[in-house]
Design a protein around this ligand. Structure first.
Ligand SMILES: [Zn+2]
Length: 386
């Protein structure tokens, strides 16, 4: 009973405040939207805040997987849209406060804020992806997750001063105090839907859908923003997937493709036509689908080795020119430079032809299981066996 009353009151209040806010926002900006220029990618947790610990079978924790996927998303966006500024709230294992994350996005006037996390639950069978937007809608509101993802505030020094107007134990009050996000909720929901569709339709993940939470990082950022939960690290199957290179490539590619869709939507028809050549030109793991992954559930991935050296080769050096998506592996004291990530040998072979045409004549296909090198024949055999 009281809940219904609160929601009604809230709705009325929200309408008034949103209207006021939108007028203010228009006045402040005073200019037309000129296309998506800046994206902030936020790898959840970091440093002394590990996030959730998963099943304990891996050394990696939520913060590590969030960072891997966040860096890949950023890399894919940069490669496909060199004019877009990609800003990371952290690029390594450092601790960033929640207030600091929102501030980075606001200071840089980002057009979109993407926060990346992994879920955990007491039930080992809990599974699936979720994408959160700021909000309080009764059926879609997840209070448990709201409290969990905000709780890092207690780890911060001086949190009482920094968050004097935000009570992590009673986040719903934030809706009345803040209301920063309401003006951007439609755009946030659009992007969140694209993300969940990509996860479900292209990567074969179980999507739990778009949810709402009163999440500090989302509420305090003044642009469309979402918080993505890639899956449950408390579920061994999902933990295996999210720890595998292939799983990370697939999830990052899905978020990248959702971004591409959202950008098109956000910019409308005119801008899309102008940039369509660039948009269609490239994009990692475009052809991911459920079948490919279910054929390869053991984290085996094929890559193309371009060259191997005892010395480190600088990024952008002439020896590595002409190819995107180059990754450096450090194996047995040598630096190996590899390209791409393919779920099966046939796709890697196809890509190898293109790579050779670009001048890397001695390139060849290698296989990895997780981060361990594996003979290509053994990798193929192992995939056939399953
Ligand atoms: Zn988290």
């Amino acid at each position: 009973m009281s809940k219904i009353y609160t929601n009604n009151l809230f709705t009325r209040l929200k309408l008034v405040v949103v209207a006021v806010f939108m007028v203010c926002a228009a006045g402040v900006n005073g200019q037309e939207f000129a296309g998506v220029k800046t994206v902030v990618i936020d790898a959840g947790h970091g440093g002394k805040d590990p996030g959730n610990m998963g099943t304990g079978r891996y050394k990696t924790r939520e913060k590590d997987i969030a960072l891997e996927v966040a860096l890949k998303v950023g890399q894919y966006i940069k490669e496909a849209f060199p004019d877009i500024k990609v800003i990371f709230t952290r690029k390594d294992d450092s601790f960033v406060t929640l207030a600091g994350r929102a501030e980075i996005a606001n200071k840089n006037k980002a057009d979109l804020f993407i926060s990346i996390h992994c879920n955990a639950a007491n039930s080992k069978s809990a599974a699936g992806t979720e994408t959160f937007v700021m909000g309080f809608k009764y059926e879609e509101y997840n209070r448990e997750l709201t409290l969990k993802e905000n709780s890092v505030i207690f780890m911060e020094d001086d949190y009482k001063e920094t968050y004097s107007d935000f009570d992590p134990n009673n986040p719903e009050s934030e809706m009345f105090a803040g209301l920063y996000q309401s003006a951007f909720q439609d755009q946030s929901i659009t992007f969140a839907n694209y993300v969940e569709q990509q996860f479900a339709n292209r990567v074969g993940r179980r999507s739990r859908g778009v949810k709402q939470g009163v999440l500090y990082v989302l509420n305090r950022s003044t642009m469309p923003s979402v918080l993505i939960e890639l899956g449950f690290l408390s579920n061994s199957k999902e933990e295996d997937f999210l720890n595998s290179e292939l799983g990370q490539v697939y999830m990052a590619s899905a978020i990248y493709r959702a971004f591409k869709e959202w950008k098109k939507h956000r910019e409308g028809v005119d801008l899309t036509v102008k940039s369509s050549a660039k948009v269609e030109m490239q994009g990692p793991a475009e052809n991911v689908n459920e079948k490919e992954y279910s054929d390869n559930p053991y984290g085996i991935v094929f890559k193309i080795q371009l060259l191997s050296s005892t010395r480190k080769i600088k990024e952008g050096s002439s020896e590595l020119q002409g190819l995107d998506e180059i990754e450096e592996l450090h194996v047995d004291g040598r630096y190996k430079y590899v390209h791409g990530a393919f779920p099966n040998y046939d796709e890697a072979k196809k890509a190898l032809k293109k790579v050779k045409k670009k001048g890397f004549e001695s390139a060849f296909v290698i296989a990895l299981k997780g981060s361990e090198p594996l003979k290509v024949q053994d990798a193929i055999k192992e995939l056939e066996k399953n």
